[in-house]
Design a protein around this ligand. Structure first.
Ligand code: SAH
Length: 404
């Protein structure tokens, strides 16, 4: 009895409401606030808690987020596994080994090494760009273990330069301020990564996300193989990922549109870095929605159009508004596409499912009065794996549409 009391005193717990244990039993790692009956032991933000069913069965060991609707995220399903520095070292080593097994290092020195829940580390994102690691801590739990995570990363990868890009909106939901800056080591004067025979300079300090869209790596290769001698329109071009691949694939000309002058400057630099003639690219700084309207009105035609917009709907709540934006931009693109031309259209919105996205593109095709064949379904690269029990990890979907 005395022992039990001591146990109850030391172990902080979350007890669920009756019937709310199902998703955890299926190894979905999130505990929503509405499922929580009681919290005992007064855990602080990010502290480790045991999650129990209403009848007291042990379900998982999780990090506590007192302010978020996602009240806890499971670190481990094993009651014997302690969450300490060695836990993070084991998980990170597993994630790094998995990328090694995929053979990615033979192809590139830029890859996602840790992808949150999908690697058993909710809230932790780590991207490698050559000799620099970029860390994002998205949750109170990740924040609490930040030092241990950084030490394990350096130990396991041998890369000693760690930069933090925890400047994402979701941190507000956890009551965490945004934070960026060097954590360990130093930043080289410039970070240049390669993907196969192509090179890109990445700005990890001010770039989108952590600097580069590695999730599109495979899809850029698709573009490369399908653009020979064609006129290509790259919308939301950022630092020129698709533009450079299109040039490598022999595109006759690429028109690249983005609202960020800074991004386009880096894109132009990346074109030069790969020794492509700048004459093959036209840069258009502006809002894609208005630039496309203007091009349409001037009767412009393209053989290949790439649409890779930012996240219009981070969550399902914004899906409705987002679908209008997706439809609008896809409609414009389809109208400007030549017959037999290809539309590479993407959505990275977690709140828009693959089915919904296909319906939206179908609606755009109907309004444009064109018939379309989907010739490929695309998704995120393999260093962004998806747990079968955590489909939320799948966010990037793409269709390669051929205008008939
Ligand atoms: N295709 C890129 C990634 C795109 S990220 C790649 O593979 O690397 C989204 C880009 O859209 C950002 O560069 C951002 O500046 C740009 N952007 C966001 N809204 C825009 C708009 N309305 N018009 C033009 N560009 C926009």
């Amino acid at each position: 009895m005395v022992w039990l009391d001591l146990w109850a005193f030391h172990v902080k717990t979350i007890r669920l409401k009756p019937g709310r244990e199902k998703s955890l039993q299926h190894k979905h790692p999130w505990v929503f606030a509405g499922a929580v009956e009681s919290v005992s032991g007064m855990p602080s933000a990010g502290e480790t808690v045991d999650v129990l069913s209403a009848s007291g069965d042990w379900l998982g060991r999780a990090s506590y987020s007192p302010l978020s609707q996602i009240r806890a995220r499971v670190w481990t399903w094993n009651p014997d596994e302690v969450v300490d520095a060695t836990f993070f070292a084991r998980r990170i080593a597993g994630a790094v080994d998995m990328r090694r097994a995929l053979g990615l290092e033979a192809e590139t020195n830029a890859m996602r090494l840790v992808y949150g829940e999908s690697d058993g580390l909710p809230g932790v994102i780590v991207d490698r760009y050559a000799d620099v690691l970029v860390l994002q801590c998205l949750t109170a739990g990740a924040e609490r273990w930040r030092d241990e995570i950084v030490s394990a990363l350096i130990e396991i990868t041998g890369i000693e330069n760690v930069y933090e890009r925890s400047d994402v909106d979701v941190r507000h939901l956890e009551g965490l301020p945004k934070r960026c800056g060097l954590i360990r080591g130093k930043l080289p004067p410039e970070i240049v990564i390669h993907e196969g025979d192509l090179a890109f300079r990445v700005d990890v300090c001010i770039g989108q996300k952590t600097g580069f869209y590695m999730d599109q790596r495979r899809n850029r290769q698709w573009v490369r193989t399908m653009v020979n001698s064609r006129r290509v329109l790259d919308c939301f071009a950022y630092t020129g990922g698709f533009t450079v691949y299109a040039l490598a694939g022999g595109a006759a000309e690429v028109v690249s549109v983005d609202s960020s002058q800074q991004a386009l400057r880096l894109a132009a630099e990346n074109v030069q870095r790969n020794h492509f003639s700048p004459d093959r690219v036209q840069w258009r700084e502006g809002n894609v929605f208005s630039v496309l309207r203007e091009m349409r009105d001037r009767g412009q035609r393209f053989d290949v159009v790439i649409l890779d917009p930012p996240k219009f709907a981070p969550t399902a709540a914004q899906a409705h508004k987002a679908t209008r934006a997706y439809k609008d931009v896809n409609l414009l693109a389809l109208k400007m596409l030549s017959t037999g031309g290809l539309l590479f259209t993407f959505s990275c919105s977690g709140g828009v499912s693959a089915e919904l996205f296909q319906r939206v593109v179908a609606g755009a095709a109907q309004d444009a009065k064109v018939e379309v064949q989907v010739v490929a379904y695309l998704s995120q690269a393999s260093d962004h794996p998806v747990l079968l029990n955590f489909p939320e990890g799948a966010y990037l979907k793409g269709l390669v549409c051929r205008k008939m």
